[in-house]
Design a binder for this molecule. Structure first.
Ligand code: ZN
Length: 429
């Protein structure tokens, strides 16, 4: 790699000086981080107090969201008039069950071996007692219980969209949705916390995205770091897909329970589930920022994973994740973090760093070789400036392992950043 520098020194030096000299003039002095300006908030205050499954945002392909209660007028269906009323009424029961937190507790307490009719009766009685639903006559109530108990795909479809994927009675579907609503609530809360953390701790980078939660599963449940992944939908928003069960499934109920760190290969101390997922989400939100700026909102092509794009994007996400974490730990009072919260954040950052050194992969390269030196040299202003100069086409044109990429990994930090500047900067128009 040194040889190439000797072959084209004038070319490199010239390009380097041209781009860096102009960049140096435009780089503003690093703004000191001013924690005093951050208004205090409680990061973990609930945003979604009484979320019911039907309150969740609609989206595609996401198992816990695609069972939206059908708003189709019943008269579209070719049904006898007296049956339409029972269906309307049992939909009301469904909606009440999904928006009532205590009925979710009731639903989740249904034993698997209980008969469907018993479950339906117990649900209806609970909702009647709590005043969420009322019936004109005992006969109407019995008709609804019978309706909810029927086990038939088409039956379920009368009550829910896309329910034909889920055979079983309506009351069984309600149980599934109740479980999912609790997990979905956790996702929604985590996204709000992530945005708050970015907004408070990384104001230099912050962009307000509309983020939709979803779920994804990985073939290897022990896949490192994959607690979540993100995708940009368009320039205004994206989605963050959570991996339930990696390494443990988190819901709103067990979010404070200690669980394994995301970085299983370096097995650190256990931390609260919600802190692990917050760190994972902070990383994913940084990817959305990177893709918004570098890809200008365009879809990232799949082969990006084997080009310089990968270490640059992963390194950026890791650097922001660690920076947010470090700042949060330094100012726990600003975020209303308890001592255990701050300790857990610190522990997860330490595990992340041990993991980076242990794995020595694209994340490590991007963090240690590129973004950290930029940060150390010019702070976050240097990172922002560099981010805006990256040309995605040029990054995607440098496959990992090629000579061009090797140039980026020069032992000398200065040479490395020079090569990075040359190989990744947008050409001047
Ligand atoms: Zn990542």
């Amino acid at each position: 790699m040194k040889v190439l520098y000797k072959v084209f020194p004038a070319f490199l030096v010239c390009l380097f000086h041209a781009s860096v000299a102009s960049a140096a003039m435009s780089v503003k002095p690093v703004k000191a981080f001013a924690p005093a300006l951050i208004p205090s908030i409680d990061l973990f205050a609930p945003h979604y107090r009484d979320v019911g499954a039907h309150d969740l945002p609609p989206t595609f392909g996401l198992p816990f969201l695609d069972l939206a209660i059908s708003r189709k007028p019943v008269d579209l269906l070719d049904l006898p008039a007296e049956r339409q009323h029972v269906i309307s009424k049992s939909r009301e029961v469904g909606a009440a069950a999904l928006s009532d937190r205590s009925s979710e507790v009731l639903l989740t307490s249904f034993g698997k071996d209980r008969r469907v009719e018993e479950k339906a009766r117990s649900l209806v009685e609970h909702l009647s007692r709590s005043g969420s639903i009322s019936f004109a006559t005992p006969r109407e109530r019995d008709a609804v219980i019978a309706e909810l108990s029927l086990t038939d795909k088409s039956q379920a479809r009368l009550h829910f969209d896309q329910a034909d994927k889920n055979p079983g009675s309506v009351v069984d579907l309600l149980v599934v949705r109740a479980h999912n609503a609790d997990r979905a609530r956790f996702y929604l809360e985590t996204l709000e916390r992530t945005k708050s953390l970015h907004f408070r701790m990384l104001p230099e980078f912050f962009r307000n995205f509309s983020v939709i939660p979803g779920e994804i599963s990985f073939p290897d449940p022990l896949a490192n770091e994959n607690n979540a992944v993100s995708r940009l939908m368009d320039k205004n928003g994206g989605y963050i897909l959570f991996a339930p069960g990696t390494p443990v499934s988190v819901t709103y109920k067990n979010e404070r329970t200690p669980g394994p760190s995301a970085f299983v290969s370096v097995a650190g101390p256990e931390i609260q589930n919600r802190i692990r997922m917050l760190c994972a989400c902070t990383h994913e939100y940084a990817h959305l920022l990177f893709n918004r700026v570098v890809m200008r909102g365009a879809e990232t092509p799949a082969p990006a994973a084997i080009t310089a794009y990968r270490p640059l994007s992963e390194g950026f996400a890791v650097t922001l994740e660690l920076l947010a974490n470090e700042r949060a730990v330094a100012h726990p009072d600003k975020l209303g973090l308890s001592e255990p919260d701050a300790n857990d954040l610190k522990t997860e950052a330490e595990s992340r760093i041990r993991w980076l050194k242990h794995e020595n992969n694209a994340y490590t390269e991007g963090w240690l070789q590129f973004w950290r030196p930029i940060y150390e040299k010019n702070g976050t202003a240097g990172m922002v400036e560099f981010l805006h100069r990256i040309d995605s086409k040029r990054l995607l044109g440098i496959p990992l392992g090629t000579l061009s990429y090797q140039l980026l990994l020069d032992r000398d930090t200065r040479h490395r950043l020079e090569a990075l500047t040359i190989f990744s900067s947008r050409r001047k128009p």
